[in-house]
Design a protein around this ligand. Structure first.
Ligand code: GDP
Ligand code: MG
Length: 178
């Protein structure tokens, strides 16, 4: 069994936040199981997924939390944010509203977070739908720089930049704790 001899050096809790339907659950499915589904209900009820990666010769277990639909009712609770050392703020590049809502998500995250060193990454998902783009890369980059966030555009569908995004946030977290 693959996990049998694995010594885990660090467990990092990362929370996924952002409007409903931006692709949070599919990003997580792509990263943790290399799966993708067009059925957005496929992962409802899942609290978190884990995946272990090697960074700087250390086994780092990412424990990634998914809102599982709570974002529709603005019911993401403090328990969700508790202990998080990283957060991915996800918007859909084809939905301007989901990008405009990022400021509110950021405020909510900063209000709930008990960790002042939390590493935050802005993710513009659905980069495969470039012909329907409603948020320029420049706008997002500028926002990210102003707020001190890392930034990447991803496609859970095409598996573009998904692993690099998680690797970036995990590496940055690792550097703050080691
Ligand atoms: P969540 O509500 O943020 O968890 O969003 P979901 O992960 O459930 O995705 C919402 C919808 O967008 C589903 O129909 C997904 O198949 C679709 N979706 C997610 N990621 C992508 C992507 O990268 N590209 C495209 N074209 N569709 C995506
Ligand atoms: Mg979801």
């Amino acid at each position: 069994h693959g996990d049998f001899n694995q010594k885990i050096d660090y467990v990092f809790k990362i929370v996924l936040i952002g409007d409903s339907a931006v692709g949070k659950s599919q990003l997580l499915a792509r990263f943790s199981r290399n799966e993708f589904s067009l059925d957005s209900k496929a992962t409802i009820g899942v609290e978190f997924q884990t995946k272990t990666m090697v960074i700087d010769h250390k086994n780092i277990k990412a424990q990634i939390w998914d809102t599982a639909g709570q974002e529709r009712y603005r019911a993401v609770t403090s328990a969700y944010y508790r202990g998080a050392v990283g957060a991915m703020l996800v918007y859909d590049i084809t939905k301007r509203q989901s990008f405009d809502d990022i400021a509110r998500w950021l405020e909510e995250l900063r209000g709930h977070s008990d960790n002042t060193n939390i590493i935050i990454m802005l993710i513009g998902n659905k980069s495969d739908l470039d012909s329907q783009r409603d948020v320029t890369t420049e706008d997002a980059k500028e926002f990210a720089e102003r707020e001190g966030l890392y930034f990447m555009e991803t496609s859970a569908l095409e598996a573009t930049n998904v692993e690099p995004a998680f690797l970036t946030i995990l590496t940055q977290i690792y550097q703050t704790v080691s």
